[in-house]
Design a binder for this molecule. Structure first.
Ligand SMILES: Nc1ncnc2c1ncn2[C@@H]1O[C@H](COP(=O)(O)OP(=O)(O)O)[C@@H](O)[C@H]1O
Ligand SMILES: [Mg+2]
Length: 246
């Protein structure tokens, strides 16, 4: 059984013009799938549906075989530009999902402690977001996202605000962390290189209404070498994707 199954999803904001149509996607546990598409094609709208924030007009979303269409709180979701609260400590920020779910502050903060190491944040518990580097802030935001649920993570352009070097570090860290805890991830990017570097599979989204027009499997085994983006194999994928996007 697939971890996450999206069947025939269609959606319109105004009841007239479809923004999404006939979206189908099946994701296995531990897979890293990328949704790649131009701005405005409906990527964030699709994530709002998968996370249950919006209910689709047609189709269904299921998690481990259970229908969760329109049900929020089952899947972790990091929205585009999901910022940490500036006047709260990192541990409070990380524990926020549990506090929102009704857990008391003290026990919520206690529960997040064991994860600081795994997220490369040891020693930052009492600090404030402004005291951390961009990369660390991003890992803190990912930890907070993970605290919503340890099932499936939806990340909407998670790395786009980081500079190139930090981004490379976070990519490597995210992949190894994901494998360690068998986390399933779907992420959005409009950066083709990032999509090829990270993904098991790339779903190309196009059109109005937006739908998946192509799926490209990146066969290269992990861990992928640091210079993978300089190889013929990488360029082959890039050429193929550019062709599909045109
Ligand atoms: N809350 C909303 N109400 C009405 N239209 C929206 C809303 N959010 C997005 N749209 C429209 O839906 C389309 C898809 O938007 P979006 O899902 O944000 O695309 P992407 O994330 O791929 O850039 C766009 O045409 C956008 O203008
Ligand atoms: Mg978007």
């Amino acid at each position: 059984m697939a971890k996450l199954e999206i069947k025939n999803v269609g959606f319109s904001y105004d009841g007239e013009t479809d923004v999404l149509d006939n979206i189908n996607l099946s994701v296995e546990a531990g897979e890293l799938v990328c949704v790649l598409g131009t701005s405005g094609c409906g990527k964030s709208t699709l994530f709002n549906i998968i996370s249950g924030l919006n209910k689709p007009d047609r189709g269904s979303v299921s998690l481990d075989g259970e229908d969760i269409t329109g049900k929020a709180g089952k899947i972790s979701y990091m929205l585009q530009k999901d910022l940490l609260l500036p006047y709260r400590t990192i541990e409070f920020n990380a524990a926020l999902p549990l506090i929102i779910k009704g857990e008391n502050k003290k026990s919520a903060i206690k529960k997040v402690q064991p994860l600081f190491g795994r997220f490369g944040l040891e020693g930052t518990q009492k600090k404030y977001p402004a005291e951390l580097s961009g990369g660390m802030r991003q890992r803190a935001a990912l930890l907070r996202t993970y605290m919503f649920s340890d099932n499936v993570a939806l990340l909407d352009e998670p790395f786009s605000a980081l500079d190139t070097l930090t981004r490379g570090d976070i990519h490597r860290w995210y992949i190894s962390m994901m494998e360690e805890i068998n986390l399933t991830t779907i992420f959005v990017t409009h950066d083709i290189d990032e999509a090829i570097l990270l993904s098991d599979r790339i779903c190309i989204m196009r059109g109005k209404p937006g739908t998946f027009t192509d799926e490209i499997v990146i066969e290269k085994k992990r861990p992928r070498p640091a210079d993978f983006n300089l190889t013929e194999e990488f360029l082959g994928y890039k050429r193929l994707i550019l062709e599909k996007l045109r």
